[in-house]
Design a binder for this molecule. Structure first.
Ligand code: C2E
Ligand code: CA
Ligand code: CA
Ligand code: CA
Length: 275
């Protein structure tokens, strides 16, 4: 590095080094954590906007490392995707979620996020089928969430995989709807169970009339497709009421509750202890 602009050298370089060190550390530690089941799902509840009843749980991976502290999935999922650890990580989260949801309820569905690299690097269909058999969770209680980014490559393989999973009876949910790959053709090539409206639309809904039109269009599309709709990132009563009045069925967000342990789900929503 050059000497001259002193401020830059002093501040910029150590930050880069710290970031790089953190990433290397995450990469080195994540595999071990997965082996020891140190990555666990937390669960964020979803609610029926009409009745206010809990309607599903979304499993979100959580990792606490003795030195690194809590590492966000926004940080370790991309690392896991590039290192290949996403395959055992995905299996661990899926298996734990299918087991734990049955501790709190005998009807509530659970959603698990599926990453693109699981679809391409793993026998994901075999894995899901075995997991359902091992845990005894009925297939219709499992929802697998994929984002539009799965359609970036080898579309036929993606449809085939989603169709096989769907044939098991598993529900397939389109996550972060409206933010990714913008061709709408994939909506018609597969029978989606559910669309999840990304939270960026929630923020914009009150600021911009066109956004409201887009949301109304998404809801109309979902109705045509006979798919459920979940709005994500609901933080205020105004947002909840707006989406309810537009006919959106389900909501998820900090207004209702953030991701929490299965013990807290049991206590808060089922008035029992997860045994
Ligand atoms: P996502 O699937 O879109 O999950 C929703 C994210 O929004 C979660 O972040 C959740 O904590 C956060 N969130 C929920 N309600 C609100 C709200 O009202 N306001 C705001 N601002 N945020 C809210 P989280 O848990 O940090 O997960 C981030 C992303 O990491 C997820 O986004 C998902 O793409 C990925 N991820 C998490 N767990 C897994 C996993 O087990 N497997 C895979 N493949 N990806 C995962
Ligand atoms: Ca999700
Ligand atoms: Ca989402
Ligand atoms: Ca997201």
């Amino acid at each position: 590095a050059k000497r001259k602009p002193q401020g830059q050298i002093v501040t910029y370089k150590p930050i880069m080094r710290a970031e790089l060190q953190r990433r290397l550390m995450i990469e080195a530690e994540l595999g071990k954590a997965i082996d020891q089941c140190g990555v666990i799902p937390y669960y964020q509840p979803q609610f029926d906007l009409k009745t206010g009843e809990i309607s599903a749980l979304e499993a979100l991976a959580r990792w606490h490392h003795p030195d690194l502290g809590w590492v966000s999935p926004a940080e370790f999922i991309p690392v896991a995707e590039s290192s290949g650890d996403i395959v055992p990580l995905g299996r661990l989260i899926l298996e734990t979620a299918c087991t734990e949801v049955q501790l709190v309820s005998d009807s509530l569905p659970v959603s698990v996020n599926l990453s693109v690299s699981q679809i391409f690097n793993d026998d994901v269909c075999g894995m899901v089928r075995e997991c359902l058999a091992r845990t005894g969770l009925p297939a219709h209680r499992l929802k697998l969430e994929v984002t539009e980014s799965v359609f970036m490559t080898d579309i036929d393989h993606v449809y085939e995989t989603l169709q096989t999973l769907s044939d098991f009876g598993v529900e397939i949910s389109l996550d972060d709807f409206g933010t990714g790959y913008s061709a709408l053709s994939y909506l018609s090539r597969f029978k989606w169970s559910e669309l999840k409206i990304d939270r960026s639309f929630v923020n914009q809904a009150f600021k911009n009339d066109l956004t409201l039109e887009i949301i109304a269009m998404m809801l109309a599309l979902a109705r045509k497709m006979d798919a459920g709709v979940v709005v994500e990132g609901v933080e205020t009563i105004e947002q909840r009421d707006l989406f309810a009045s537009l006919g959106c069925e389900f909501g998820q967000g900090y207004l209702f509750g953030g991701p929490m342990s299965i013990e807290d789900i049991a206590l808060l929503f089922f008035d029992t202890e997860a045994a």
